[in-house]
Design a protein around this ligand. Structure first.
Ligand code: NAG
Ligand code: NAG
Ligand code: NAG
Ligand code: NAG
Ligand code: NAG
Ligand code: NAG
Ligand code: NAG
Ligand code: NAG
Length: 879
């Protein structure tokens, strides 16, 4: 019986071969012409020989008629031209050219003439230019994928209209991700005209920026199973029409500007398995109904403004594998019911306001791979129980703004092997935790602000790290002179951050063998001696921070380090000149060599060679000579500090050319301290961190030099300026009347000069001015009154100007008849007072820029942490 069947089958097959032995001659010819115009560097099409084209790689024929119905050349890495000879394949239903390199050519218009085409996939095929409307003629098309998941800003493909898509009445699947749709007017109404049978709609990273209407009177989009609008610039409240797609399984609105509440009715989407609303501005509480979505496997709400507590009913979502709520404002404790989510692989609640104890039962979530509990306000203890069954754990981040103490026995042998261990701002010390010795795969270690008071266990350090490890042991009380041993780490360090400890000794030449080093931060320690000349070997170096040590000798030539962006040698004992080779540091944006014993003339670097220079701090050295006008070409400069040197000559009028200071606009810095894990996203995290601090850093400080001449009125064009300190020079002439144009100014110190004439009335209109000092000049006449000047009533700021009169000094003006002394209101702008960043400025820039820049550096250090933490978050978010 069986045998008969078998023989029968064989016969049918033989018959098949007989009848369908070779393909249709004309179609074979068409294919051969097609291949001739292709460039096939990977020999992908080497099987295209012989008579039976149906047997060729990537060709499929109808098994009855023998017509070619499929061309599937995915991952062919083919390039070249596509000839219309293909049109001879009249029965083609499937065309898949995905993952090829048709760079520089357009999607051929004739593709619109394959009347029978059901399936067209050009994903990642690198076509360029306008998508031809002719594709709208493919009336049988069900599947259209033109996506290109290339996150670069310049998208290759674009569309100028989407209305032709409505002609594709059978379309079920549409993916235009990575196609530039920014010039499509009415893209949303066009979508609503798509076939009602459409079930997959992916428009990620399409440069869409208009509103998505929340409601439409009639919606055609009701059969969708998957919606992806991520990575656009959409602004609106939650698009309610989405909820009419009752079979929706996959919804991503990630990385847009959606705002407002997440609607309670989201709980009706009972088939939802993925909900990603991260990186928007949703606020309020998460609707309770979300806990009805029992099919959910990914719930991503990170980077929003969500608040309130996490409902204990979250424990109903037993299918959850990923839960991301980092960077929100969630409060309260982490409910124990979390521990019912046995399938959880990634749990990220970092950067919220969670309090209380970390539930011990987390240690039983044995599928956990990534656990981020950082930057909350946990209290109590971290114990071995918290990790008892976490055999698969790969990344762990744990820190607290409150009092969290690690109580892990030093004998503990964890069941996991971590790649990333970030434990900071909790008490781990005083000794280095011994259990770290069991971890053999560490790539990133942060043990900062962990109350460690110990020497570095060198054997541990040397054996711990595998490829490109990043180490941050900052803000502890680590002492000793083991840098020479650390720098013998065998495998290439990526970042070494030891700042704010008590480490001592010299920087060993061995350090130069760590050629993979990108960040070297030894600031705020007790290192001494000269820098090894070979530092120039660290060709990957991006950041060099040696601030506040006792290093001496000459600064070595670092001009070969083309990637160097940040050099901070502040507060050391360096001597000699600035190396000429700094001229070659094309990426440099911060140079701080303040508070050293450097000398020589001011550098005359050309702006072409240092196009990114923003912060140039040479204060408290022995630089002499005139200010070179070449400096003015550096239009990017935001902070210029030459205070406490021996500088002579005039302030060049061309200072008015510091256009960054004119506009006060922030251009993002392309810093990437911790490797390029996720460049795009880490830049976003980076901007967040920086915009809140750096916008306050538009500053010129030339105080305590020998500068003469007048204050150029061009300086008054720098409307972004916040700090102008020219005190302690020989400036003469009048205070420019236009000073009122510096409307953002917070600090103005012109004391100890030879300025004469009246104080311009326009000074009273500087609404943010909170520290003013005009003392010890030759100013005369009535002190202007009104507005902001009312609040600056310390008479000492006008002292030493014999001919000044009026409030707040006691000398009445000759013309004063009623000699009224204006009431002391003391109504300093409270807004400013309460603002932390301003507080920082008050503490910093005012009394002299030194402390201010220190503050800046600390902030910068903090933001380094900010960067890698958000990188971590990114990793948790699966980018
Ligand atoms: C022919 O193709 C159709 C559809 O592709 C398939 O269902 C059928 O089993 C095939 N017949 C034979 C004899 O291979
Ligand atoms: C196909 O579409 C284009 C543009 O939409 C149109 O100009 C052309 O006439 C159509 N061709 C056929 C054969 O329908
Ligand atoms: C969408 O859903 C809402 C509420 O369920 C309903 O009132 C509305 O009629 C639906 N709209 C369409 C177009 O189906
Ligand atoms: C160190 O940790 C404590 C306790 O969590 C925290 O309050 C403090 O701000 C942290 N300091 C730094 C520099 O991070
Ligand atoms: C310099 O570093 C030491 C630690 O070595 C620290 O105590 C001190 O406060 C730092 N000074 C400044 C100005 O930051
Ligand atoms: C700067 O780089 C150029 C090559 O780009 C090199 O010729 C020159 O010597 C370098 N200058 C210094 C001072 O290192
Ligand atoms: C400053 O800008 C003006 C106007 O843009 C220009 O003419 C002048 O050459 C610039 N000066 C310097 C030194 O860059
Ligand atoms: C103003 O400057 C003088 C001289 O530089 C200084 O002695 C005085 O303390 C300053 N006053 C204020 C309020 O800063």
């Amino acid at each position: 019986m069986e045998l008969q069947k078998y023989i029968c089958l064989l016969l049918i097959c033989a018959l098949g071969v007989l009848v369908h032995g070779s393909c249709i001659e004309s179609e074979k010819r068409a294919l051969l012409i097609f291949i001739k115009a292709l460039i096939d560097n990977s020999n992908y099409l080497s099987s295209w020989v012989g008579d039976d084209c149906c047997a060729w790689q990537g060709i499929g024929c109808d098994n009855i008629t023998n017509h070619v119905t499929r061309i599937e050349l995915q991952y062919g890495f083919l390039s070249g031209k596509i000839l219309p000879s293909l049109l001879d394949l009249k029965y083609l239903t499937h065309l898949d050219l995905s993952s090829n390199s048709f760079d520089g050519i357009q999607i051929p218009e004739f593709f619109g003439s394959f009347k029978n085409l059901i399936y067209l996939n050009l994903n990642y095929s690198n076509f360029e230019g306008l998508v031809p409307h002719h594709l709208g003629n493919l009336s049988n098309l069900q599947y259209l994928d033109l996506s290109n998941y290339d996150y670069s800003w310049d998208l290759r493909l674009k569309m100028d209209s989407m209305s032709w898509l409505s002609k594709l009445s059978l379309l079920k699947y549409l993916d235009l991700s990575g196609v530039n749709l920014s010039s499509v007017i009415d893209w949303f109404p066009s979508l609503n005209m798509l076939s009602t049978s459409i079930s997959v709609l992916h428009l990620s990273n399409c440069h869409l920026s208009n509103n998505v209407p929340s409601h439409l009177p009639s919606m055609n989009l009701i059969s969708l199973v998957s919606i992806d609008f991520s990575r656009n610039d959409l602004r609106s409240s939650f698009p309610l029409w989405v909820l009419n797609n009752s079979n929706l399984a996959h919804l991503s609105l990630r990385a847009n500007n959606f705002y407002g509440l997440i609607p309670e009715s989201i709980g009706s989407l009972s088939s939802l398995t993925l909900l990603d609303l991260s990186e928007n501005s949703f606020q309020g509480s998460v609707p309770q109904s979300i806990t009805n979505l029992t099919s959910l496997s990914t719930l991503a709400l990170a980077f929003n403004k969500l608040s309130d507590s996490i409902s204990p009913e979250i424990g109903n979502l037993t299918e959850l594998t990923s839960f991301f709520i980092a960077f929100n404002d969630f409060r309260g404790s982490l409910p124990e019911t979390f521990c019912r989510l046995k399938k959880l692989e990634s749990l990220d609640v970092g950067d919220n306001q969670l309090t209380g104890h970390i539930p011990k039962c987390i240690g039983k979530l044995s599928n956990l791979n990534e656990l981020n509990l950082c930057d909350n306000s946990w209290e109590g203890f971290v114990t071995e129980d918290h990790f008892i069954n976490l055999t698969k754990l790969n990344s762990l981040c744990i820190s607290s703004h409150s009092k969290l103490i690690s109580r892990i026995s030093s004998e503990w042998v964890p069941l996991f092997q971590l790649e990333y261990l970030y434990m900071y701002s909790l008490k781990v010390g005083p000794k280095f935790p011994h259990w770290l010795l069991t971890q053999r795969k560490i790539q990133g270690l942060i043990l900062s602000n962990a109350s460690i008071s110990d020497t570095i266990p060198i054997d541990w350090f040397l054996s711990l790290f595998s490829s490109s490890p990043n180490v941050d042991l900052s803000d502890n009380d680590i002492f000793g002179d083991q840098l020479s041993l650390i720098s013998r780490a065998p495998n290439g360090l990526g970042a070494l951050i030891l700042s704010n400890n008590r480490l001592s000794g010299e920087l060993p030449a061995f350090l130069c063998s760590q050629t993979t080093l990108r960040t070297l931060d030894l600031s705020h320690n007790k290192f001494s001696g000269e820098l090894p000349l070979c530092l120039g070997n660290l060709t990957e170096l991006i950041e060099l921070d040696l601030m506040n040590n006792s290093l001496s000798g000459k600064i070595p030539s670092l001009g070969v380090l083309r990637g160097l962006q940040y050099i901070n040698l502040h507060n050391n004992k360096f001597q000699g000149k600035l190396p000429l080779s700094f001229q070659n540091l094309t990426e440099l944006f911060v140079l701080d060599v303040g508070k050293n014993n450097l000398s020589g003339v001011l550098p005359t670097w050309s702006a072409e060679q240092l196009p990114n220079l923003k912060y140039l701090i040479l204060r408290s050295n022995n630089f002499y000579g005139a200010i070179p006008t070449q400096l003015c070409h550096h239009s990017t400069i935001e902070v210029l500090n030459f205070a406490d040197n021996q500088i002579k000559g005039n302030i060049p009028a061309c200072f008015g050319n510091f256009s960054a200071m004119v506009t006060g606009d922030i251009t993002p810095n392309h810093l990437d301290y911790w490797g390029s894990v996720q460049m795009m996203d880490s830049m976003k995290g980076y901007e967040q961190v920086y915009t809140s601090t750096l916008q306050f850093l538009f500053s010129i400080d030339l105080s305590n030099n020998k500068i003469s001449g007048e204050i150029p009125k061009e300086l008054m064009d720098l409307q972004g300026l916040l700090n102008l300190n020219l005190a302690g020079n020989h400036l003469a002439g009048k205070i420019p009347e236009e000073i009122g144009k510096l409307k953002n100014l917070i600090f103005l110190d012109l004391s100890r000069n030879e300025l004469h004439g009246p104080i311009p009335q326009s000074l009273a209109y500087l609404n943010f001015l909170s520290q003013l000092n005009l003392s010890f000049n030759d100013l005369s006449g009535r002190i202007p009154s009104g507005n902001q000047l009312q609040t600056l009533n310390d008479p000492s700021i006008y002292a030493g100007n014999e001919q000044l009169c009026g409030h707040p000094i006691l000398k009445p003006c000759a013309t004063d008849t009623d000699s009224h002394i204006v009431e002391d209101h003391n109504e300093v702008d409270t807004d400013l007072d309460s603002d932390d960043e301003h507080m920082w400025l008050f503490a910093g820039l005012g009394p002299g820029f030194s402390v201010g820049f220190l503050g800046f550096c600390l902030t910068l250090h903090f933001s380094k942490i900010g960067i890698h933490v958000s990188n971590l978050a990114n990793r948790f978010l699966g980018r």
